[in-house]
Design a protein around this ligand. Structure first.
Ligand SMILES: CC(C)(COP(=O)(O)OP(=O)(O)OC[C@H]1O[C@@H](n2cnc3c(N)ncnc32)[C@H](O)[C@@H]1OP(=O)(O)O)[C@@H](O)C(=O)NCCC(=O)NCCS
Length: 183
């Protein structure tokens, strides 16, 4: 994911109307691991979330605390965290409902020692449910072209790559725009 201003300008300049995409059933999702609980993420968890983000995004793309403050206080924010048995946050997802009413997944991360336990999958399903409740019909996100693990996660959940975003990231790396219809 990347700086919000950049994300928004790319999107608004390139899409006038939402295209149609097939919805892929979520039946692939395994039974939830009961050691973990998914809860709302609010501004009161900002420091824990910010620290976890820095452990997740080691490529220089971690968000600043100010960005988290914006994301977690915006009225159009839809955010969840995963909590382990010891009560500590081990994953998070933050979505925003954009002015054109698309759902925008701005960031998702899981602590390195808790990966491959379907936690990001559960977070994504949860944020999509939150979007649906607010009548969002299309979700989008950006992912590094080299981040094949995240791309696999999104493809599994029914997202489709629709566009390459050259030099999208601050280090010059390309991004991919992925979208999913919730209808
Ligand atoms: C990407 C990330 C969120 C995935 O979290 P996770 O909880 O491990 O993901 P899940 O367990 O739900 O994975 C679901 C599926 O995605 C794919 N996947 C996830 N991580 C993968 C990896 N490292 N290699 C290959 N496939 C992977 C697999 O298909 C996986 O299903 P499987 O485990 O049954 O094979 C996590 O690796 C992370 O925080 N990375 C750093 C931050 C980041 O890149 N965020 C995304 C930015 S766009």
């Amino acid at each position: 994911m990347a700086v919000l201003k950049k994300i928004r300008s790319r999107w608004w300049s390139q899409s006038d109307s939402a295209p149609e995409f097939p919805t892929i059933p979520e039946s692939r999702i395994l039974p939830a691991d009961s050691r973990y609980d998914i809860r709302p993420l609010t501004i009161s968890q900002i420091d824990e979330c910010w620290r976890l983000d820095q452990r997740c995004f080691v490529d220089g793309e971690a968000y600043s605390r100010d960005t988290f403050e914006y994301l977690l206080t915006a009225p159009e924010s839809v955010a969840y965290r995963v909590v382990g048995a010891n009560g500590l946050m081990v994953g998070f997802v933050i979505g925003l409902i954009e002015p054109d009413h698309t759902g925008h997944v701005t960031t998702v991360g899981v602590a390195p020692d808790h990966r491959r336990r379907q936690l990001a999958t559960r977070l994504m399903v949860k944020v999509e449910e939150g979007f649906r409740r607010r009548n969002v019909r299309l979700v989008r996100l950006e992912v590094r072209s080299l981040n094949t693990s995240a791309q696999k996660l999104y493809l599994t959940l029914g997202y489709t790559i629709t566009q390459r975003l050259p030099k999208y990231y601050s280090n010059g790396g390309d991004g991919l725009l992925m979208v999913k219809s919730l209808t």
